[in-house]
Design a binder for this molecule. Sequence first.
Ligand SMILES: NC(=O)c1ccc[n+]([C@@H]2O[C@H](COP(=O)([O-])OP(=O)(O)OC[C@H]3O[C@@H](n4cnc5c(N)ncnc54)[C@H](O)[C@@H]3O)[C@@H](O)[C@H]2O)c1
Length: 287
Amino acid sequence: MEGRREEPAVPGDTQIDLTGKVALVTGAAQGIGRSFTEALLRHGAKVALVDSNKSIGEDCKKALDEEFGAANSLFITCNVGSEEQLKGAFQKTKDFFGSLDIVCNNAGINNENKWEQTITVNLISVIRGTYIALDYMSRENGGKGGVIVNMSSLAGLFPAAHGPVYTATKHGVVGFTRAIAATSKILGYGVRINTICPAFVDTPLLNSVNHEEIMGKYYVFKDAVEKLIQHYGILENIAICRPSLIVQGLMKILQEDELNGAVMKITKSQGIHFEVYETTLVQPEVK
Ligand SMILES: NC(=O)c1ccc[n+]([C@@H]2O[C@H](COP(=O)([O-])OP(=O)(O)OC[C@H]3O[C@@H](n4cnc5c(N)ncnc54)[C@H](O)[C@@H]3O)[C@@H](O)[C@H]2O)c1
């Protein structure tokens, strides 16, 4: 994305000017999605906040209005697991702001008891969100290009014994994103597609491991997960006064065109870095 600010807005902030850009963030009402939303607004973008939780979503929008002005954001109540609602959210965003440049498929849950729902929210809605985003942004459809960021996790790269289905969904996000990024490059969609794999982040989702009704039989891993968290550390999730590593990761992806398809890892000990893969397949050429 072109255009840079002279000075960062807050200490440690990334210098990127997103004025004129329109973003859609799912799971925007709290946690990582809210931090993404705040950061995008702070850098000048207009943002559609898409979330199934109406009350926290409206509270979040109210707080953001005070900081950034009401006209720069739009809250849309939407269950990303519903095809109709997700398509509706994209349409409302386009109708309200007039364009779409950045999509963060971030909404996710960690529920091993309702594992089918976890697959729907964490994987199916990310795939569907990517396809709908491409409908709007791909040059194939007359779009002007853009960036899609799909939220995975370190559980997308390593097995988490306390969350086999969560692990499966996040591995799925990594595989799908790498493949569709290659498709986009080969077919000239003009859309960059990336995934972010953070370690433990200080958000309400982290607390799900402490609830037997959510974790089912994997609740027995509660203390083991606590030890893992102590070992790896918890990433901060601050956006307004000091951007977290997670927000810096998003901004890096928005800034660096050559990152298409890269799998970004973010950990407390190693910061922002990338998974290294062997090139095992020759990608097909399409004329
Ligand atoms: N917190 C962590 O430790 C961590 C680590 C790695 C990856 N992640 C991933 O980051 C993403 C965001 O997680 P978070 O920690 O901010 O979680 P969170 O629970 O704090 O926030 C998730 C948001 O998504 C919304 N949401 C949930 N289901 C939805 C649905 N069906 N439709 C629309 N919105 C829905 C919730 O209402 C909430 O506002 C998730 O994909 C998660 O798997 C989190």
